[in-house]
Design a binder for this molecule. Structure first.
Ligand code: HEM
Length: 257
């Protein structure tokens, strides 16, 4: 019977031929390759969902953003859980295959930077580290011209009559915080309940990525101690990223209630 074939539809043969450890005999390198590839696949899905959420919010349909945000947050949780698999790698097992990886590093994950750009960051890699590929840089430049999650949320808030202007000045920020505080104090109507839920899903995403940063930093310290990272940043650099938040105003609004 003709029909769709599992392996050709999902390109399983190609997928299973994409793992090429560099060091012969280093048993644990397969884990290292597979887990990075799995992360990149999940990053792809997160971007797919967050881009859809932005489109819905920009179009004034916050209810349409709820399902993709919910899914993205569930995947964020998987990113954290996967670190436990990586922690089965011992430092001495890692050292067996680590040197030939230099200067490759998660620092050069274009998709991770794209998730950061959607969160409102500039997507820059730290000074002195290897740059992203030309392709990744072009993609980040394209994304830099698009709405972020937060600007799309503000667009939806304005569509429902809230005074949530774009812009970085203290005055504009205060107006947004007043609007958010009003929403958080009263979200009893169906429209306000949806907007409030979207804000909390944003916070779930922000919190999950912050927890991933923290856990990834601990995992890295466990693997390499205070050695320089393969990309040149090391655990000291990772420590400096833990306090990063995508949506500081959604954290600040807690103080205004
Ligand atoms: C043995 C495993 C790992 C170790 C020891 C490790 C260590 C590090 C270190 C030290 C850095 C800072 C840059 C540098 O010095 O290279 C870094 C950055 C990063 N790593 Fe890992 N990592 C590991 C696995 C992973 C995995 C599986 C991912 C998933 C994609 C990942 C994603 C990232 C990302 C996105 C950054 C950039 C973070 C930022 O700039 O905020 N790492 N890693």
């Amino acid at each position: 019977m003709a029909g769709t074939d599992y392996s050709s539809y999902l390109r399983i043969d190609e997928l299973l031929n994409l793992q090429h450890p560099l060091t012969e005999g280093a048993h644990d390198e397969m884990l290292f390759v597979v887990i990075h590839q799995a992360y990149e696949l999940w990053f792809k899905l997160i971007l797919h969902e967050l881009d859809y959420a932005v489109t819905e919010l920009e179009a004034g349909r916050p209810q349409g953003a709820m399902a993709p945000l919910h899914r993205a947050v569930r995947v964020d949780e998987l990113l954290i859980a996967q670190l436990r698999v990586l922690e089965t790698l011992t430092p001495e097992g890692f050292l067996e295959f680590r040197d030939p990886l230099k200067p490759a590093s998660g620092l050069q994950s274009g998709q991770f930077r794209a998730i950061e750009v959607l969160g409102g960051f500039d997507g820059a890699t730290p000074a002195g580290t290897s740059p992203l590929s030309d392709h990744d840089q072009a993609e980040l430049r394209r994304r830099a011209g698009l709405p972020t999650l937060y600007s799309a949320l503000c667009a939806s808030l304005r569509g429902y009559g809230f005074d949530a202007p774009d812009g970085n000045s203290a005055e504009l920020r205060e107006r947004r915080l007043d609007a958010l505080a009003a929403l958080y104090r009263d979200h009893a109507t169906p429209e306000r309940a949806v907007l409030h839920r979207v804000c909390e899903l944003f916070l779930d995403h922000d919190e999950a990525i912050a927890r991933w940063r923290f856990h990834h930093t601990l995992m890295a310290a466990r693997e390499i101690g205070s050695r320089p990272g393969t990309g040149g940043g090391g655990v000291a650099y990772l420590d400096s990223t833990i306090a990063r938040r995508f949506f500081p105003e959604l954290w600040e609004v807690r103080n205004r209630l």
